[in-house]
Design a protein around this ligand. Structure first.
Ligand SMILES: Cc1cc2nc3c(=O)[nH]c(=O)nc-3n(C[C@H](O)[C@H](O)[C@H](O)COP(=O)(O)O)c2cc1C
Length: 318
């Protein structure tokens, strides 16, 4: 059975530290690593190692592969299998300008024949599940465009597809179209996961329970690493979670030090705190202060000092 809840791959954000924190609240959510460049993996690219290690707490977890060349992606996928992932996901969803410039991520969808080679290559080289994460078009979104690909993925034995119903050129503008997703889901030959703009537990629960969807959450997981635990609890009628922001910060910092090479600890922490600071009433000022710090421990101290001054913000019930 494919899980109901997925945490999206987020470059520079879904580090082992954030994954650990998310897992503390939810044993069920299916996690993803940061995307991994196939070529860099095969060339032994610097800092790739921390992305390609799966830890005991991670399972179930998927790797996400980025690339444009079927043979290279198939070889990279085979390499990643040694870590025993739940799945290998092929990135056809990322719309960041530097990724698009390389013809990768969502821009792969411009070339149907190359996509066919990639899914065939990765599928044939993997004995775990293979999934695709895609957008709904290049400059326009359409059901027809997506369905053509879904048929291809189904023919090549892809296990499931996550659809972010925006097109590649939209980036994060406009809102993800849940109407388009439903239209496509009703015709889809393959299991479809919904992704896009879920920020609240209640809407996640509605999407799962009332509309029978499986869902993937990205940015909100960096703001609220407990969101999946809270969704689990709501669905299963369990008690609310007690969230302690100081404890979350402490765990994140400990795990950043434990799992990441020292050269990228500060940058990755900064990326996370950019989202996490939304939990504080004066989060904007807090993040400005964090940005000035040169070490992760100093960043943490800014948050701990803030919580000493605003103890009423430290814990809450979700
Ligand atoms: C900082 C950041 C990094 C991302 N990195 C990736 C990535 O590596 N691979 C990918 O397929 N999508 C990536 N995305 C897109 C997300 O996985 C997701 O599809 C998107 O954020 C929509 O979901 P959300 O509204 O729940 O955040 C990224 C998005 C953000 C904001």
């Amino acid at each position: 059975m494919i899980p109901e809840l997925f945490c999206a791959p987020l470059a520079e954000i879904t580090t082992p530290a954030l994954r650990y924190l998310i897992r503390k609240f939810s044993s069920k959510v299916m996690l993803h690593t940061e995307m991994i460049s196939s070529a860099a993996l095969l060339n032994g690219g610097q800092f790739n190692q921390s992305k390609t290690i799966i830890h005991d707490f991670d399972h179930p977890v998927g790797f996400q592969l980025l690339g444009t060349n079927a043979q290279i992606m198939a070889r990279a996928a085979k390499e990643l299998l040694k870590q025993n992932p739940y799945s290998i996901d092929i990135n056809m969803g990322c719309s960041a300008p530097d990724i698009r410039k390389r013809g990768a991520g969502s821009y792969l969808l411009k070339d149907y024949d190359n996509v066919a080679k990639i899914v065939q290559g990765v599928r044939d080289s993997c004995d775990c599940r293979v999934s695709v994460k895609m957008r709904a078009g290049i400059t326009e979104s359409s059901a027809e465009f997506v369905i053509k690909y879904l048929k291809l993925f189904n023919d090549y034995g892809i296990d499931y597809v996550t659809l972010h119903p925006r097109n590649a050129h939209e980036g994060f503008r406009h809102t993800a179209s849940r109407k388009l997703f439903t239209e496509i889901k009703n015709q889809s030959p393959i299991q479809l996961i919904y992704n896009g703009d879920i920020s609240e537990t209640t809407e996640a629960v509605d999407l799962i329970r009332d509309f029978n969807n499986k869902i993937m959450i990205g940015r909100a997981a960096a703001v609220k690493p407990w969101i999946f635990g809270q969704i689990d609890n709501r669905i299963n009628g369990k008690n609310n979670l007690i969230i302690d922001l100081a404890e979350c910060t402490e765990i994140f910092i400990e795990k950043i030090h434990q799992f990441l090479p020292s050269k990228i600890q500060t940058l990755r922490s900064l990326r996370f705190f950019g989202y996490f600071c939304n939990n504080f009433r004066f989060g904007h000022n807090l993040f400005s202060a964090i940005k000035k710090k040169e070490s992760v421990s100093e960043m943490g101290k800014v948050i701990f000092d803030y919580l000493q001054r605003h103890p009423e913000e430290r814990t809450f019930n979700m």
